[in-house]
Design a protein around this ligand. Structure first.
Ligand code: KG4
Ligand code: ZN
Length: 357
């Protein structure tokens, strides 16, 4: 089965053609980083305008690189949420028009489910139950996945997403956008023990995340220590590098200790770590060590599949297309779309049979 994936939920216009849900035939991503960099974050109105300019050439390019025509595909999968409404609508409208014109089946995909499927191209099949840490600029969640397509949110962020906190701290330190790769580079040259940041504790002891307090702690540290933010184009000071390393290690510790705690409760067969922040080498290393302690494999997408892309949307969509799911012409964007279809008791979930993806 050849599926076309379309992704426009935030600031990447992406299209991909994949075969049988596991092989990438082509994957084209047009990033808007240059447009938003000077604002230190994504400007929704600019994002949707750029998607409008890019959607046609990017989808065409995906077909050209795949060396197939529109008529060769068996279905279309498009991100319907969560994301920015104007951005999502560009992809959804285009996918609907294309499906209608070509008379091809169409399915809507949850962007977060796409991130979970991003590991399916370069890793062995996922053994279930699985635990998926999805960590990006917009989301920080751990999902329990007892069987393919079933999701229970077991951890969520109470405030900022991890990537959002990283981007805001980078902006505060005068480092540019997106902050993740810059913080990671500087952290390699800094001392992660230079500044001590505490991990947040939830009053109700739930395994949730909170990054807003850490962001405030960084602001307070900068103010009290008199550390100067980096100025345009100059190599940041050692103080900034030490702060970047300390901050990054705190974010990683928070993510991985929580994942390990949840894993001890849910006994997954596989750990998945995906989303833009999963590009981070320190997070990968700490996750690998946690997986080793737990005695289970951990799967990551390679960096170009960690950040937003359409191959992961096509992969999640292929499962739906193969199951006979079809969207109607009333398919719409849903900005707040959630990924949770399991409300059953934990004890009930653990009784599930083990499937392969
Ligand atoms: O998945 P993604 O492309 O978009 C969303 O769905 O949000 O994730 C983008 C986020 C940004 O916050 C960016 O700073 C972060 O991923 N990121 C990183 C790294 N590369 C990207 N964070 C930490 N380390 C990195 N190397
Ligand atoms: Zn994403």
């Amino acid at each position: 089965m050849l599926a076309l994936g379309i992704e426009t939920s935030c600031d990447e216009t992406a299209a991909a053609v994949i075969r049988d849900g596991r092989e990438i035939v082509s994957s084209v991503i047009s990033s808007q980083i240059k447009t938003h960099a000077r604002f230190g974050g994504v400007v929704p109105e600019l994002a949707s305008r750029e998607h409008l300019d890019k959607i046609v050439p990017i989808v065409d390019e995906a077909f050209t690189r795949a060396n197939v025509t529109q008529n060769d595909i068996d279905g279309i999968a498009v991100t319907i949420g969560p994301g920015l409404v104007g951005s999502l609508l560009v992809g959804v409208s285009y996918a609907k028009a294309m499906a209608f014109a070509l008379n091809k089946p169409l399915v809507g995909v949850n962007h977060i489910e796409g991130h979970i499927y991003s590991v399916c191209f370069e890793n062995p099949p996922v053994e279930h139950p699985a635990l998926a840490l999805i960590v990006s600029g917009g989301h920080t969640n751990i999902f329990y996945v007892p069987t393919p397509g079933q999701y229970k949110v077991v951890s969520r962020t109470r405030d900022d997403a991890a990537g959002e906190a990283v981007d805001k701290v980078a902006k505060m330190l005068g480092l540019g956008y997106p902050g993740g790769p810059i913080i990671e580079r500087l952290a390699r040259e800094g001392n992660s023990k230079a500044v001590k940041f505490a991990l947040p504790r939830m009053g109700d002891n739930r395994p949730d995340f909170s990054f807003s307090g850490l962001k405030t702690a960084v602001t307070k540290y900068v103010r009290e220590s008199g550390l100067q933010p980096a100025s345009n184009g100059e190599e940041p000071s050692q103080g900034i590098k030490d702060l970047a390393a300390s901050f990054q290690s705190t974010v990683v510790r928070s993510l991985v200790t929580t994942m390990e705690r949840v894993a001890k409760e849910y006994h997954p067969q596989t750990l998945i770590v995906a989303g833009g922040v999963a590009c981070n080498g320190a997070l990968r290393e700490a996750s690998r060590m946690a997986a080793e302690r737990l005695g289970v494999p951990v799967y990551f997408p390679s960096p170009h599949l960690s950040t937003d892309n359409a191959a992961m949307i096509a992969a999640a969509g292929t499962v739906k297309l193969q199951a006979g799911e079809r969207a109607g012409w009333d398919l719409n964007a849903d900005v707040m779309l959630r990924l949770q279809n399991l409300e059953v008791e934990d004890a009930e979930l653990r009784k599930h049979v083990r499937y392969r993806l």
